[in-house]
Design a protein around this ligand. Structure first.
Ligand code: SAM
Length: 180
Protein backbone atom coordinates (compact mmCIF):
# COMPACT_ATOMS: atom_id res chain seq x y z
CA UNK A 1 0.00 0.00 0.00
CA UNK A 2 2.78 2.42 0.99
CA UNK A 3 4.50 1.69 -2.32
CA UNK A 4 1.38 2.77 -4.24
CA UNK A 5 1.15 5.99 -2.24
CA UNK A 6 4.81 6.72 -2.98
CA UNK A 7 4.25 6.02 -6.68
CA UNK A 8 1.23 8.34 -6.67
CA UNK A 9 3.25 11.14 -5.01
CA UNK A 10 6.11 10.63 -7.47
CA UNK A 11 3.65 10.67 -10.36
CA UNK A 12 2.15 13.99 -9.22
CA UNK A 13 5.56 15.59 -8.55
CA UNK A 14 7.07 14.50 -11.87
CA UNK A 15 3.85 15.07 -13.82
CA UNK A 16 3.35 18.64 -12.64
CA UNK A 17 7.07 19.46 -13.12
CA UNK A 18 6.87 18.15 -16.69
CA UNK A 19 3.68 20.13 -17.31
CA UNK A 20 5.36 23.31 -15.98
CA UNK A 21 8.35 22.74 -18.28
CA UNK A 22 6.06 22.46 -21.29
CA UNK A 23 3.65 25.20 -20.20
CA UNK A 24 6.01 28.10 -19.44
CA UNK A 25 9.37 27.02 -17.95
CA UNK A 26 11.00 24.38 -15.78
CA UNK A 27 11.95 25.14 -12.19
CA UNK A 28 15.23 27.08 -12.31
CA UNK A 29 15.55 29.41 -9.31
CA UNK A 30 16.96 32.89 -9.89
CA UNK A 31 20.55 33.01 -8.58
CA UNK A 32 21.26 35.02 -5.39
CA UNK A 33 23.26 37.83 -7.02
CA UNK A 34 20.66 38.17 -9.78
CA UNK A 35 17.87 38.16 -7.19
CA UNK A 36 19.43 41.02 -5.24
CA UNK A 37 19.99 43.11 -8.38
CA UNK A 38 16.49 42.42 -9.62
CA UNK A 39 14.98 43.54 -6.32
CA UNK A 40 16.91 46.82 -6.56
CA UNK A 41 15.26 47.44 -9.94
CA UNK A 42 11.67 46.86 -8.81
CA UNK A 43 10.85 50.42 -7.66
CA UNK A 44 9.24 49.03 -4.52
CA UNK A 45 7.21 51.33 -2.27
CA UNK A 46 5.31 50.73 0.95
CA UNK A 47 2.21 48.65 0.23
CA UNK A 48 3.38 47.57 -3.24
CA UNK A 49 1.98 44.26 -4.41
CA UNK A 50 4.56 42.10 -6.17
CA UNK A 51 3.58 39.05 -8.22
CA UNK A 52 6.03 36.39 -9.33
CA UNK A 53 4.57 34.36 -12.20
CA UNK A 54 5.86 30.85 -11.67
CA UNK A 55 7.42 31.54 -8.29
CA UNK A 56 9.26 28.23 -7.83
CA UNK A 57 10.23 27.85 -4.16
CA UNK A 58 9.72 31.60 -3.67
CA UNK A 59 13.39 32.64 -3.92
CA UNK A 60 12.63 36.06 -5.35
CA UNK A 61 9.52 36.81 -3.28
CA UNK A 62 11.02 35.99 0.10
CA UNK A 63 14.18 37.97 -0.69
CA UNK A 64 12.06 40.98 -1.81
CA UNK A 65 9.89 40.74 1.31
CA UNK A 66 12.93 40.53 3.59
CA UNK A 67 14.42 43.64 2.07
CA UNK A 68 11.12 45.57 2.03
CA UNK A 69 9.05 44.84 5.17
CA UNK A 70 6.06 46.85 3.88
CA UNK A 71 5.38 45.12 0.57
CA UNK A 72 3.06 42.21 -0.15
CA UNK A 73 4.43 39.40 -2.30
CA UNK A 74 2.27 36.90 -4.16
CA UNK A 75 3.46 33.83 -6.02
CA UNK A 76 1.75 31.44 -8.40
CA UNK A 77 3.20 28.01 -8.98
CA UNK A 78 1.95 24.90 -10.76
CA UNK A 79 4.71 22.39 -10.06
CA UNK A 80 3.84 20.62 -6.81
CA UNK A 81 7.30 20.27 -5.26
CA UNK A 82 8.43 23.92 -5.47
CA UNK A 83 4.86 24.99 -4.63
CA UNK A 84 4.96 23.02 -1.36
CA UNK A 85 8.37 24.43 -0.45
CA UNK A 86 7.16 27.99 -1.09
CA UNK A 87 3.84 27.37 0.67
CA UNK A 88 5.51 26.04 3.81
CA UNK A 89 7.91 28.99 3.83
CA UNK A 90 4.97 31.37 3.46
CA UNK A 91 3.37 30.01 6.64
CA UNK A 92 6.13 31.85 8.53
CA UNK A 93 5.71 35.12 6.65
CA UNK A 94 3.04 37.79 7.02
CA UNK A 95 4.08 39.32 3.69
CA UNK A 96 4.20 36.39 1.28
CA UNK A 97 1.20 34.47 -0.08
CA UNK A 98 1.59 31.48 -2.39
CA UNK A 99 -1.21 30.16 -4.62
CA UNK A 100 -1.29 26.89 -6.48
CA UNK A 101 -2.31 27.00 -10.14
CA UNK A 102 -1.75 28.12 -13.68
CA UNK A 103 -0.28 31.63 -13.93
CA UNK A 104 -2.31 32.33 -17.08
CA UNK A 105 -5.52 31.97 -15.05
CA UNK A 106 -4.54 34.32 -12.21
CA UNK A 107 -5.82 37.86 -11.95
CA UNK A 108 -3.10 40.54 -12.11
CA UNK A 109 -5.29 43.64 -11.90
CA UNK A 110 -3.95 44.80 -8.53
CA UNK A 111 -0.28 44.08 -9.29
CA UNK A 112 2.20 46.93 -8.88
CA UNK A 113 5.14 44.79 -9.93
CA UNK A 114 5.25 41.57 -11.95
CA UNK A 115 8.39 39.46 -12.19
CA UNK A 116 8.87 36.96 -15.01
CA UNK A 117 11.53 34.30 -15.48
CA UNK A 118 9.84 32.13 -18.12
CA UNK A 119 10.51 30.92 -21.66
CA UNK A 120 9.99 33.44 -24.42
CA UNK A 121 7.66 31.12 -26.37
CA UNK A 122 4.85 32.17 -24.01
CA UNK A 123 5.44 35.92 -24.38
CA UNK A 124 2.69 36.45 -26.90
CA UNK A 125 0.08 34.92 -24.61
CA UNK A 126 1.56 36.75 -21.63
CA UNK A 127 1.50 40.11 -23.42
CA UNK A 128 -2.17 39.63 -24.26
CA UNK A 129 -2.89 38.95 -20.61
CA UNK A 130 -0.87 42.00 -19.54
CA UNK A 131 -2.70 44.22 -22.03
CA UNK A 132 -6.05 43.27 -20.48
CA UNK A 133 -5.13 43.22 -16.80
CA UNK A 134 -2.17 45.38 -15.84
CA UNK A 135 -2.46 48.89 -14.44
CA UNK A 136 -0.77 51.55 -16.56
CA UNK A 137 2.07 52.05 -14.09
CA UNK A 138 2.55 48.41 -13.15
CA UNK A 139 6.20 47.52 -13.57
CA UNK A 140 7.05 44.29 -15.39
CA UNK A 141 10.57 42.91 -15.19
CA UNK A 142 11.73 40.04 -17.38
CA UNK A 143 14.83 37.95 -16.94
CA UNK A 144 16.87 36.83 -19.94
CA UNK A 145 14.64 37.61 -22.95
CA UNK A 146 12.86 40.88 -23.85
CA UNK A 147 9.47 41.06 -25.54
CA UNK A 148 10.22 41.19 -29.28
CA UNK A 149 9.12 44.44 -30.96
CA UNK A 150 8.50 46.20 -27.65
CA UNK A 151 11.14 48.67 -26.50
CA UNK A 152 11.87 48.21 -22.78
CA UNK A 153 11.66 51.26 -20.54
CA UNK A 154 14.99 50.12 -19.12
CA UNK A 155 17.52 47.39 -19.92
CA UNK A 156 19.97 46.10 -17.33
CA UNK A 157 23.03 44.34 -18.71
CA UNK A 158 25.78 43.76 -16.20
CA UNK A 159 28.73 41.43 -15.93
CA UNK A 160 27.93 37.98 -14.52
CA UNK A 161 24.19 38.67 -14.56
CA UNK A 162 21.46 37.60 -16.95
CA UNK A 163 20.02 40.60 -18.80
CA UNK A 164 16.82 42.12 -17.40
CA UNK A 165 14.17 44.17 -19.18
CA UNK A 166 11.71 46.57 -17.56
CA UNK A 167 8.31 47.52 -19.04
CA UNK A 168 5.17 49.33 -17.85
CA UNK A 169 1.62 48.00 -18.10
CA UNK A 170 0.54 50.74 -20.50
CA UNK A 171 3.11 49.62 -23.09
CA UNK A 172 1.20 46.40 -23.74
CA UNK A 173 -1.88 48.37 -24.78
CA UNK A 174 -0.13 51.06 -26.77
CA UNK A 175 1.88 48.66 -28.91
CA UNK A 176 -0.99 46.25 -29.65
CA UNK A 177 -0.36 42.74 -28.43
CA UNK A 178 -0.42 41.08 -31.85
CA UNK A 179 2.86 42.72 -32.77
CA UNK A 180 4.77 40.97 -30.00
C1 SAM B 1 12.49 29.56 -14.32
S1 SAM B 1 11.50 29.15 -12.91
C2 SAM B 1 11.48 30.71 -12.06
C3 SAM B 1 11.28 30.54 -10.56
C4 SAM B 1 11.21 31.85 -9.77
N1 SAM B 1 10.35 32.83 -10.42
C5 SAM B 1 12.57 32.44 -9.57
O1 SAM B 1 12.84 33.46 -10.19
O2 SAM B 1 13.35 31.89 -8.78
C6 SAM B 1 9.86 29.08 -13.67
C7 SAM B 1 8.79 28.56 -12.72
O3 SAM B 1 7.52 28.67 -13.38
C8 SAM B 1 6.73 27.54 -13.03
N2 SAM B 1 5.68 27.40 -14.05
C9 SAM B 1 5.81 26.99 -15.33
N3 SAM B 1 4.62 27.02 -15.97
C10 SAM B 1 3.72 27.50 -15.07
C11 SAM B 1 2.32 27.78 -15.14
N4 SAM B 1 1.61 27.58 -16.28
N5 SAM B 1 1.71 28.27 -14.04
C12 SAM B 1 2.41 28.49 -12.90
N6 SAM B 1 3.73 28.23 -12.75
C13 SAM B 1 4.38 27.75 -13.84
C14 SAM B 1 7.74 26.41 -12.99
O4 SAM B 1 7.29 25.30 -12.28
C15 SAM B 1 8.95 27.08 -12.36
O5 SAM B 1 8.95 26.93 -10.97
Amino acid sequence: MLVYILYAILFVVIGTAAYAGISAAPWVPTKPKQTQRMIECLDLFDGAKVYDLGCGSGTLLFAAAKKNPNILAVGFEISVLPFLVAKIRSLFSRQVTIHYGNLFKKDLRDADVVTVFLMSKIYNKLAQKFSKELKNDALVILEVWPFPNLEPERTIREENLLPMFVYRGRQFRISGTNTL
